[in-house]
Design a protein around this ligand. Sequence first.
Ligand code: ASP
Length: 477
Amino acid sequence: MSQRVFIRDLQAQIGNEVTIKGWVDVRRDQGKLIFFDFRDMTGKVQGVILPSAPEAHAVGSTVRPEWVVEVKGKVNQRPERAIQKDKQNGDIELEILSMSVLAEAETPPFDIHADTREVNEETRLKYRYVDLRGDRLQKNIRNRAKIISYIRNFLSGTDFTEIETPLLTKSTPEGARDYIVPSRLGAGLFYALPQSPQQYKQLLMAGGIERYFQIAKCMRDEDTRGDRQPEFTQLDMELSFATEEDIMAITEQLLIEIVTKLYPHKKIQTIPFPRIPYAEAMAKYNIDRPDIRENKEDPNLLAFCWVVDFPFFEKNEKQNGTGGGLSQWTFTHNPFSAAKPAHHEKLMSSKASDADLQTITAAQYDIVLNGYEIGGGSVRNHKAESLLKVFEIMGYDSETVEKNFSHMLHAFRSGTPPHGGIAWGLDRLIMLLENEPNIREVIAFPKTGEGRDPMMESPSEVNPEQLRELGLIVNKK
Ligand code: ASP
């Protein structure tokens, strides 16, 4: 059997007999002639069965779109009048000599050549493997991989170490609801899935790693919306001995490189990225993620900006709720942030009852693109007493903090360097680079707006034996 040639490479095979493998994209039966478009992961090409190939004709008249075939044929240059200039392989045609069927296909549940964003979401996600075959999702998913690979190369080349942190972990005060996982060996005990690797990455700084990154899955049990999913992907980073400036500079350089190398047709509105203090953003745009694009009609304009100088604390709306302690105050970003150096003393001498707590500024920064928050981070408190102070202001007694964060406190008492970091919401960034309206378009297997996966039919019930082993009784409302 001759070796398979990728459709992309057929240009170099004019005059040769080749074998291609892939899907029937389109079939046009004109009786004597049967035309096809074939598709593989590298592209599309037109093929034709001439009356001089009766065996191929017999097979070709049975195959249907989405069947998987192996085709042997001769690569011919098209005559001048038949050349389609703007089309991949528009100047060649495969004269089909033989065709065999590798897999048949039922009629697809929707037309993958149309804009599948119009298709009912339940149906699209149920048959996501069919949806993924379309040009747009193929492009999005492959470009996603290119971005991630660019990030990996960039960071690995600048002394960052990629480290995986656990998925089975402990409930953390990141501000959202946890997904919890029952423990079989410890009945009544639960792991939590990470809302982010925040504590682990800080513990890696305690562990002398100095520069960490991870393409990290984060799970937050929140109501989903367009730019949110129950599980999403972060580019997570942490750096020792780094200031706000250092972390912002690396982020900015990497973002600029991703755009200029992978999306050269796009224009970054302003470099260096403008910095907008939180108070100014609220006063001028009434939002902490302003869309500063000069021209909102231009799909290729990328207006990055930083929002800086966030207040450390804000009034706790959900008293005693997620993340909040017993006081009226909660953190704006996460409890591990440090105050700006000039505000550190004020933080350390503050009490929860102080009215001017809101005037303490955090060493925190958000990166915003076209009105979406695509990342955020902070320089951290790396001393136990500062972390205790933050929790005290939020109304946690020191016993509770010692119990829940003894590992952090002990790490900070064991020689942890000053450190800080950032996490990017990768799905959102890719969504914007790909001009998609929704992160579901750049995730291979996303969930519905209600957090369900119609393809796997999850979440689903488990069998009674599993529940018994876990010591769980389900109380259906
Ligand atoms: N863990 C934070 C988040 O998920 C990011 C950071 O501070 O590095 O928002």
